[in-house]
Design a protein around this ligand. Structure first.
Ligand SMILES: Nc1ncnc2c1ncn2[C@@H]1O[C@H](COP(=O)(O)OP(=O)(O)OP(=O)(O)O)[C@@H](O)[C@H]1O
Length: 233
């Protein structure tokens, strides 16, 4: 079942200054697509365009009717005066999550990310990695149909990385689709079904690793090899 269909013709932050051009893909239930590309290629811009955060977008983004998405941003975003727990309560109330379901899920996620003891702290008193974990917990709280995750791995400790990977697997098993932007190509290679490779605001390759390998004519190439081949110009 298709959850998300994207066809961006042009997108940018200011009128007449396009950053992205011709990015089209779709995501099915249970599928994970890796959004990869060099610094400045346009990955975060593509995510913002898809989520409707950009002022200048030409094209279409269609989320299946009734589907909900969870966004895990690259940089943590907080309310100064709300504790960890209050952030999660706010997210749950915005989404209309029943209290009992919220408490059970929130405590489970906080425990899995070793944040339970810090649940009554203000986010600014947490380490950078702990703040990032709070963003992840908030994103996974609702169990949406689509996850949009912008570079979640950098800054997470190995245990948190493992927990995140397990959660992504669980959620895919439940039928959620995942759009994952990352520079951690060895992990992306292992967990994603297919890839969108952006370079200088264009989609220079897309499809499964085998398809990318065929395009560069190198059977057995790693995702890193494909990345280098497609982004060397
Ligand atoms: N708020 C902004 N206003 C104007 N231009 C921006 C803004 N944010 C990013 N850009 C520009 O858009 C282009 C793409 O940036 P973007 O952040 O999408 O890249 P990215 O692929 O996510 O990079 P990275 O891997 O470094 O996170 C860059 O040229 C960047 O300078």
């Amino acid at each position: 079942m298709e959850i998300l269909r994207v066809k961006l013709e042009r997108a940018g932050y200011a009128r007449g200054r396009e950053i992205l051009r011709d990015v089209a893909f779709s995501l099915r239930s249970g599928e994970m697509v890796g959004l990869i590309g060099p610094n400045g290629a346009g990955k975060s811009t593509a995510i913002k365009a898809i989520l409707g955060f950009l002022g200048h977008v030409e094209g279409r983004v269609h989320l299946k009717e009734g589907c909900r998405y969870g966004y895990i941003p690259e940089h943590p975003v907080f309310y100064e005066d709300l504790t960890v727990w209050e952030h999660l309560e706010l997210a749950a109330s915005v989404w209309g999550m029943p209290r009992a379901a919220f408490e059970g899920r929130a405590l489970e996620l906080l425990e899995r990310f070793q944040l339970k003891e810090a649940r009554h702290h203000l986010p600014r008193s947490l380490s950078k990695g702990m703040q990032q974990k709070l963003m992840i917990v908030a994103g996974f709280l609702l169990q949406p149909d689509l996850y949009v995750v912008d570079e979640p791995f950098i800054g997470l400790d190995p245990r948190a990385t493992k927990t995140l990977l397990q959660l992504l697997e669980e959620e895919r098993g439940r039928g959620a689709a995942v759009l994952l932007s990352t520079h951690v190509l060895d992990t992306a290679e292992k967990i994603c079904d297919s890839f969108l490779l952006l370079h200088q605001g264009r989609c220079v390759a897309q499809g499964s690793l085998n398809r990318l390998r065929r395009q560069i004519g190198r059977e057995g190439a790693s995702l890193m090899d494909c990345f280098e081949a497609f982004t060397s110009v």
